[in-house]
Design a protein around this ligand. Structure first.
Ligand code: ZN
Ligand code: ZN
Length: 600
């Protein structure tokens, strides 16, 4: 390739007249896009120096453009060298440089360069600001971003169609979602890029309902969604567990040709798996014309979280046969599958193969899976030692994983040791006190329960409120734990009261030992327990869907033992399948049993 470029150059006219000398030869400019490396670009640059064309504005702009945009020829250092030779760079050149810095490794220099623009008296335009907001987003520089927003407003470009989406992205990256929303709401006629930015913002800030509402608004506005819109809409459905809406989006994807994108198909697999329909996830995967690492990983994780450990493991073998390299997510799925299927030795093998064969550095999540693997298998001492000997500082989450295992195995002493390690790092997490307190309560250690309750109150530790959601007729309804205790009793709560009566007749006994507050009466404890969010959501499903329909609920925390028990009875008495996704895994309740085998 290097030769051919030189040959091309040597064929350019040698007998140049004066006008041609003042203007860069079009053949040189047209050669630039053909460069495949910085070296080739430098050959062209050398030629321009030889032929005295190197100081021409057009040539310099083209060279800088190439150094800052084409991934194969990108070199910001080289671009900067050229830029420094220009005595009075105009705003277009500044913009090109700023765009390059914002896009590549050095967003801070984009902002520093902007100071130069201000000193030189040049007037920044919409392109300048869109690059600067990208740079601020990468730096998470909210204050600088706000200052630039002010300036853009003064110069009348803050509402520009190129600027607005970058402004929304900047506020999103800096976690100021309200500001992102305000920018969007001020746009008279938002374009699809602005919609994509705000939908992404909502999805990232755990407002999937809002994201989907905006997705509908986008469609009603007559704009055509892009593959990015599809990705965010699908991930919002996945977060909410909104299967019907997800299916509808799948139809839309097929009708509008988005199924040619590997990423969109992967998002579909993820959505179906997270919404509890593994069959649909498998059929999307099988129909994909091309599959990359992410697609395979999504399928492995899907099988693993649904408790199909052996399929997850054989997927990995299939993936290797197809010569697709597994990545850290594939191994997360594999380790998860091993831990939920009690395959301790296999888990170790995969963990070491990931490190030594595939050169993947384990993340805290991989270590978490290993701790879970050992903990579930009851190898609590080994898990404790594993965390203690890690090459990185363990996080509270890692210790919490072991705390859950101690609780499942009823090991109070070990749980106490673990909670001390957690408190060294963070003593503000109410859930930790609750787990240990429940464990002590089950063992009748009321002094410990009272002590823990007092410490929790003294430290002001808060428990994250339980929240469950269910989709009925394309609308996602959310329920919070204790909704019924505070608010006035509604039809739903009365129905739940009736439901519990029926369950009791069938043999269900509320497990009030789980209620953290030891000083309230048993009857009151039962009410606290009764209005747990997942019970409210399941009851809503029973009331609002035709008999026989599967009830799908998503919960933000682990399902508690009592709700798990109640769900088993409901599946038996009402002949309903219940698919409950908690923060850990899927529980498929059918005929009075759960797919997790009561171990989660
Ligand atoms: Zn519960
Ligand atoms: Zn279960």
């Amino acid at each position: 390739m290097a030769m051919s470029i030189l040959q091309c150059i040597s064929h350019s006219p040698t007998e140049v007249n004066i006008e041609v000398a003042l203007q860069p030869s079009p053949s040189i400019l047209s050669l630039m896009p053909k460069c495949t490396s910085l070296r080739e670009l430098k050959q062209i640059q050398a030629y321009t120096i030889k032929t005295h064309l190197h100081n021409t504005h057009t040539v310099l702009t083209k060279l800088i453009n190439f150094c800052t945009s084409n991934p194969t020829t990108a070199s910001m250092d080289h671009a900067h060298q050229i830029f420094d030779q220009i005595p009075h760079p105009d705003i277009i050149l500044f913009n090109t440089m700023a765009r390059g810095y914002a896009r590549f490794d050095d967003p801070l220099r984009a902002i520093l360069l902007f100071c130069q623009v201000l000193f030189s008296g040049l007037l920044p335009d919409d392109y300048t600001f869109s690059s600067l907001f990208k740079a601020c987003a990468r730096l998470k520089a909210l204050q600088e971003g706000k200052q630039l927003h002010c300036l853009a407003f003064k110069l009348g470009v803050s509402g520009n169609m190129y600027v607005c989406p970058t402004l929304i992205n900047m506020y999103t990256a800096c976690n100021d979602m309200d500001a992102a929303r305000r920018v969007f709401d001020k746009i008279d006629e938002p374009c699809v890029v602005a919609y994509n930015a705000i939908i992404t913002s909502c999805a990232r800030s755990s407002q999937p309902n809002e994201a989907l509402a905006l997705f509908r608004e986008l469609q009603e506005s007559g704009l055509k969604p892009t593959d990015v819109t599809m990705l965010v809409a699908l991930s919002s459905c996945a977060l909410l567990g909104a299967l019907d809406l997800g299916k509808w989006i799948h139809e839309y994807v097929k009708k509008n040709g988005f199924d040619q994108y590997v990423k969109v198909n992967t998002a579909l697999i993820d959505m179906y798996a997270k919404c509890g329909s593994l069959e649909d996830a498998v059929s999307v995967f099988r129909e994909m014309p091309r599959r990359d690492t992410q697609a395979w990983s999504a399928m492995i994780v899907g099988y693993a979280t649904h408790g199909h450990g052996s399929q997850a493991l054989s997927m990995l073998e299939e993936m290797k046969k197809a010569k697709v390299q597994p990545d850290e997510i594939s191994f997360l799925g594999i380790l998860y599958a091993c831990s939920h299927n009690g395959l301790v030795e296999e888990g170790y093998d995969h963990f070491y193969s990931m490190i030594h064969e595939y050169g993947i550095v384990p993340s805290i999540k991989h270590y978490g899976c290993m701790v879970d693997l050992l903990g579930r298998a009851g190898r609590l001492e080994e898990a404790y030692k594993f965390i203690d000997e890690l090459p990185i500082k363990p996080t509270p989450i890692l210790w919490r994983t072991l705390l859950s295992s101690c609780s499942s195995h009823g090991n109070v002493e070990m749980a106490k040791q673990v909670i001390e390690r957690i408190f060294e790092l963070d003593d503000s997490h109410g859930g930790d006190y609750v787990i240990l307190s429940n464990l002590c309560a089950r063992n009748g250690r009321w002094d410990d329960v009272n002590y823990l309750r007092k410490t929790m109150a003294d430290k002001g530790a808060m428990k994250v409120p339980g929240c469950s959601s269910i989709e009925v007729n394309n609308v996602v309804h959310e329920f919070f734990a204790g909704d019924g205790v505070r608010s006035t009793s509604t039809v739903l709560h009365r129905a739940l009261d009736e439901l519990v009566k029926e369950l009791k007749l069938a043999g269900y006994v509320p497990d009030t030992s789980l209620v953290f507050y030891a000083d309230i009466e048993d009857e009151e404890k039962e009410i606290v327990l009764r209005y747990h969010s997942e019970k409210l959501a399941i009851t809503y499903g029973l009331l609002n869907t035709p008999p026989g329909t599967t009830i799908r609920v998503v919960k933000n925390l682990r399902v508690c033992v009592d709700c798990h028990n109640a769900a088993k009875f409901i599946s038996l008495i009402f002949g309903r399948q219940i698919i409950l996704r908690d923060v850990q895994r899927f529980h498929h309740f059918k005929d009075g049993k759960c797919s997790c085998g009561d171990y989660w």
